[in-house]
Ligand binder design. Structure first.
Ligand code: MRU
Length: 345
């Protein structure tokens, strides 16, 4: 396990490592209210699909804990409002909605219980979602490690590690498991403009664990693949449609094309909670557009002229570019409409 905590429930608050300033500074943000948690998700203090799912659950629990309502109807109405605020923070990663729904289902199934009971159960449930996420990532790691050969060089994009989950990671979970099994793996982390999750976060957490990592800028991926420097690509996912199309960090689609061209296996590692069975294909997944300042500014300094700028945070990788989807319940392969559903039984 990693030596830091991405997110933690502490008595009456939620504490998160501040991912905006890593690796320059290891600092923590304390959220005292559900609004603080919502702001932290929006501002990317915490990011990564499973991690924002955990944050959403803890945010709702924190809202319930701090509520002053004495009247049950008013308390339930407030919880609904809290869940809406949390759900409106970021649109793409389905884990956010999955966690909010799980918390609100608990409320709806226990409307007859008193306020204190509901409050306690919500806090327990959020802690459970956190613990489960760590165990799920470890299972993804064990399952996925079977696909990794001794000595493999693995290219990963963005950060799908301990920082993007409650701990251990999905794509990095597979890498960690392979490393722990003694396979001499090496990692190439693409920097992941504009937020630099690869260069700042993936490189930081792998280096902390002693896993060899080399950073490249995003536009070097073709160079390393065409020079035989990559054996396999593994990425995480923010949402997987029921046909196997994957929404993940912007740039994932381009990597999938390069991998296909160079006949390099392209794996996606994600928990079942990232699969949206209500979404039949990738073009139905909402893509978050973030502030253009992420592109136009570096360390607070404007580096571009005043022209139009795009900043979509995610793209869609079509299922036929994906060799396998690794989950805690096993590995799915094409045709994904069938194989993903069969993981549920
Ligand atoms: O914008 P971010 O940093 O939240 O995007 C994160 C990613 O795209 C990750 O690859 C994805 O959430 C998988 S994390 C296990």
């Amino acid at each position: 396990m990693s030596s830091f905590k991405t997110i933690e429930w502490k008595d009456d608050r939620v504490v998160m490592i501040d991912q905006r300033i890593l690796p320059i500074k290891e600092a923590y943000v304390e959220c005292l209210t559900f609004e603080d948690v919502a702001q932290a998700i929006r501002d990317m203090v915490i990011r990564g699909a499973p991690a924002i799912g955990v944050a959403a659950a803890m945010g709702i629990a924190l809202g319930a804990l701090k509520s002053r309502r004495k009247d049950k109807i008013e308390f339930l109405a407030e919880l609904k409002e809290i869940s809406t605020v949390i759900s409106n923070t970021r649109p793409t990663a389905v884990n956010l909605f999955w966690a909010a729904n799980r918390m609100m289902n608990l409320v709806n199934e226990n409307k007859d219980k008193d306020i204190d009971w509901i409050r306690d159960r919500l806090v327990e449930e959020a802690k459970k979602i956190y613990e489960e996420d760590i165990q799920i990532c470890k299972r993804i790691g064990r399952v996925g490690s079977e696909l990794i050969k001794d000595g493999a060089t693995i290219l990963t994009h963005c950060n799908a590690g301990a920082l993007a989950t409650a701990g251990y990671g999905t794509a990095l979970g597979v890498i960690r498991a392979a490393f722990e099994e003694g396979k001499g793996v090496k990692v190439i982390a693409s920097e992941t403009r504009p937020f630099l999750q690869g260069a700042r976060l993936t490189a930081w957490e792998l280096d902390k664990d002693g896993i060899p990592v080399t950073i490249i800028t995003d536009n070097m991926a073709g160079y390393v693949m065409s020079n035989g420097m990559v054996d396999v690509v593994i990425v995480g996912a923010d949402r997987i449609a029921s046909n196997g199309d994957v929404a993940n960090k912007i740039g994932t689609y381009s990597l999938s094309i390069l991998a296909r061209f160079h006949k390099i296996p392209f794996y996606v590692a994600a928990p079942i909670s990232t699969i949206d069975f209500n979404c039949s294909s990738g073009d139905l997944i909402p893509i978050e557009k973030r502030d253009i300042k992420e592109v136009t500014h570096i360390l607070g300094n404007k580096i571009t002229p005043d022209v139009e700028v795009l900043n979509p945070a995610f793209d869609i990788t079509p299922s036929d570019h994906i060799s396998s989807i690794i989950t805690e319940r096993g590995i799915a392969e094409a045709p994904y409409s069938k194989s993903l559903r069969s993981l549920l039984s």
